[in-house]
Structure formats: C-alpha cells, structure tokens
Ligand binder design. Structure first.
Ligand code: NAP
Length: 325
C-alpha cells in the first residue's frame, strides 16, 4: 500500500471509513464481529488510516473503533470529528464548535477510542454561530496539550479554510468527492494545494451507488439515509443508473471492479489525496484496498472525467445548507 502525506501527516493512500458499521446505512449495527474483522483485515492489508466521528451512532462507532484498534493503536492514524452534537447547552440538532463544547467532546472521544491522543480531529461542519478562529484556537490548545495531533475541517469553503489555517496549520480537509460529486475541483483543491493542506474524499463510492451493486432502493431499510438523498429518489435514481453503467464499462475495460475504478480515479487526482471508502465487510475491504495497484490510462481517466453528470443534489435541502460552497 502506497502512502501519501496530508500536510505533514503520513497515511496509507486508501483509508477505511467506519460510519456504515454503526449508522445511516442498511445493515448497520448488526454484525459487530464482521465489522471488527473488516477493520483488522484493512490493517493487515496496509491501511493505516481509519475514520470515525462522535455523531456516528452516536458514540457507538467510536467505541467500536476503540475496540478494534486496541493493541495496534500506534500503527494507525485515527481520525474522528466533533461538532454535530452540542455539549454547551445548544438546542438538540444544532451544530456546536464552541470551545466549551469541543473541550467536552474531545474527552468523550478519547475515552471511547481508548486512547490518549487523536491523530486527526476534524470539525464536522462549519458552525455559523462560532467564529472559526475561536474553534481553531481551542483546537490549537488541544494540540499543545497533546490530546490531538492534527486539525481538520469538513465541508468548509475556501474562506473558512484560509481563516482557520491562519490560526493554526490545517492538516486535511474532508469533503465529498467522487466521480459523481466533483465540487472540490472548482476552487477548493487549488486553495488546499496553495496552502499545503491534504484532501480526504468521503463517500468516494457515491454511498455505494458507483459500485453498480445498487439497482433499486427496495432493499434499503426504512431508516437508510439514502432514502432521503435526492440522487437515490424517483426519476433521479433511474437516470443515475446510467452513471453506474458508464463506470462499469470502464471497469470492464480495465479488468477491475467499478468500486476499484472509482477509487483509482480519485487516486489519480494527486498525491495529496487519501479517500476513505466505507464498508463493514471483509471481502469488500479487500476489493477496495486493491485499488491501490490499479493504474488508469489517460484515455480511461478522460472517459471517467466525462461521465454523465449525476441527477439531483448530493444531499437533501437541510444537508445542503450545512455545506459551505
Ligand atoms: N465528513 C463527512 O461529513 C462524512 C460524510 C459521509 C461519510 N464520511 C466518511 O466517509 C466514509 C465513506 O463514505 P460512505 O460510507 O458514506 O460512502 P462510500 O464509501 O461511498 O460507500 C459506502 C457504501 O458502499 C458499499 N460498498 C463499499 N465497498 C463496496 C464494494 N466494493 N462493492 C459494493 N458496495 C460497496 C457499502 O456497503 P457495505 O458496508 O455493506 O459493504 C456502503 O453502503 C464513511 O464511512 C465516513 O467515515 C464523512
């Protein structure tokens, strides 16, 4: 497994997202033993970058990751996130990146993860009610205390990124980026490169859609988050099947799976990018991790660049409001 640097943080260039083990997708929280085996298999295959968040579960995903990294803590980069839950008395459902809330959040995450330091601590969404300077100021104190080692942002726009980086170096931005969500290309990637900040694409498989394995949403559980995602609804879903078919056509040409091609395309975007595909199954972590050795030709990359654009926004209206664009 090749490694890259996010800022000055060394990570395997394919990580593992663990969200779906405990939240949001069909089948979560049903087979903890397989989830732990998946994390261990990833480590054995050279993955050193694992992604969780306080809000996944909430809390249970960090606990699971804590159990999985026990005994191997020093071998891996553990990334988690704060800010979707308030610990300073704001109304339920409010974002909260106030220093007081962060102070409480970090202690909870450390405890659940069973560790005395977090490698990469991201703000999960920009909090409109707390100046980013105050948030990063609090995070800089946690760095000085050794509780966290690196600072990250998620779905922050370029203005916020610049302001944050002026207070303390930001190591990575984690935002949605994949064959059907190309937004970071417009502006964000250029600014990250100017500032020496790494990029972590989340949902690199389009929540599973780009793998071609989802041909209907009938099997989704009632509480599957994708039921409320415009790209998985009604006519958009039917139109988007064409995108999955186009990825599959390139994958057949490459002799790889669509998931691997979706990841190889992201890896081809630069050596400052480390996607974190999510799965709770051993066989899929093996498949996804093997994308590290797939080289796409310029012609294949060009074909993928020109895929039919996705129909529908990447999040529902409430979710879109939380993204800085
Ligand atoms: N910062 C943020 O706001 C944010 C938002 C969303 C996600 N994330 C992070 O990013 C990670 C990845 O994103 P994601 O989980 O939303 O989406 P994703 O990686 O694009 O896709 C995950 C989905 O694809 C399925 N899948 C994985 N590998 C597959 C394969 N080879 N073939 C067929 N299906 C496959 C998984 O099902 P199975 O699990 O059943 O295999 C799961 O339903 C998360 O785990 C989380 O850590 C961050």
């Amino acid at each position: 497994m090749k490694h890259i640097k996010l800022g000055n943080l060394d990570v395997s260039r394919i990580g593992l997202g663990t969200m779906g083990m405990n939240a949001f997708y069909t089948g979560h929280s049903q087979d903890e033993a397989e989830s732990i085996r998946t994390i261990h298999r990833a480590f054995d295959l050279g993955v050193t970058f694992i992604d969780t968040a306080e809000v996944y579960g909430p809390f249970t995903n960090e606990e699971l990751v804590g159990r999985a990294v026990k005994g191997r803590r020093d071998e891996v980069v553990v990334a988690t996130k704060f800010g979707f839950l308030s610990h300073s008395g704001r109304a339920a459902g409010s974002l909260d990146s106030s220093p007081a809330s962060i102070r409480t959040a970090v202690e909870g995450s450390l405890k659940r993860l069973g560790t005395d330091y977090i490698d990469l601590y991201y703000q999960h969404r920009v909090d409109p009610d707390t100046p980013i300077e105050d948030t990063v100021g609090a995070l800089a104190e946690l760095v000085a205390e050794g509780k966290i080692r690196h600072i990250g942002l998620s779905e922050a726009g370029v203005g916020t990124i610049r302001r944050a980086h002026a207070v303390h170096p930001v190591t990575a931005l984690q935002s949605e980026y994949s064959l059907w969500t190309r937004d970071p290309e417009a502006e964000v990637l250029t600014v990250l490169r100017e500032l020496g900040i790494g990029f972590v694409p989340y949902s690199p498989l389009g929540h599973g859609f780009l793998t071609g394995q989802i041909r209907s949403t009938d099997d989704f559980a009632e509480d599957d988050w994708r039921r409320t995602n415009p790209r998985f609804m009604g006519e958009n879903f039917q139109r988007n099947l064409r995108v999955a078919d186009e990825v599959k056509a390139v994958a057949d040409e490459v002799g790889a799976t669509p998931a691997q091609v979706a990841l190889a395309w992201l890896l081809a975007q630069g050596d400052d990018i480390a996607p974190i595909p999510g799965t709770k199954r051993v066989e899929r972590v093996e498949e996804n991790t093997a994308a590290d050795s797939i080289e796409l030709s310029a012609e294949q990359i060009a074909k993928l660049d020109d895929l039919t654009p996705a129909a529908g926004d990447s999040h529902n209206e409430a979710g879109m409001r939380l993204l800085e664009r």
